[in-house]
Unconditional design. Sequence first.
Length: 261
Amino acid sequence: MSYPAAVSGDPVTATATTPIVAVPRRTVSTTPDTANVASGGSDAEIHAGDRSAITRFVRGYDGGGCFAALPGGPTASEASLSGFSRDETALGQFNEALGRSTGARAAGRQVSQAQCSALAFARSQAAYPDFAVRLAVSPDRIPSGGTIRGIVSGTADQPVTLLILDDEGRIQDASFLLSGSEDGTRSFETPLSLTGDPVPTVQLFVVLAGGDGIAALRPPVPVEARRYFQEIARRADERGISIDVAIAAFTVDRNEKGSAP
């Protein structure tokens, strides 16, 4: 299987027995269509007047060990809310409780057990869930070989890391895809393909920002997400700082026979 090429341009390879999403080793554009990204997704919008109430509710909500609710969208003024959990029932219960308490709704994103460590890490940060960083991707479902675009905002001049977390809990650095712009946002655009037996699964983009440089500690090769987040959390705790987290889910479907790659 293949992974994104390292910053130096050298490919990083690993052996796997089941499919994950991989970025083909080829040159890609890093200037996405901002309008398409901004309008992508189906998350429930957060209006400015609701933000404080939603933040208080989410911060106090106990969704279990594999749960997090995070704002998304291209900017804070265009924010949306997504709930993440491995349990579809838990997502429904969260949405019902959120609606009763605040009148808002959130999009539900079901993840695998192996991806839960990213959610636990996000919940453990002091600013959760009101992180400054925002991540928007579009579309959130593509055919194998299709292109996905993303915008990262709210990071100012902080160190930023972009990660891809597959359904088996393997995390890989994709920060080299990020391209800065004059308005302070960072964007990426890349084709993604299924390798091996092409079974569509939910994958995650994870953005880490700030943390006095800790967020820039990137895995040089694909590693187990649980161990990576434990190490980042340990270093942040030692220095008494919080790291901003943004997560977006996406699915890469297999191509039907005869379809274009």
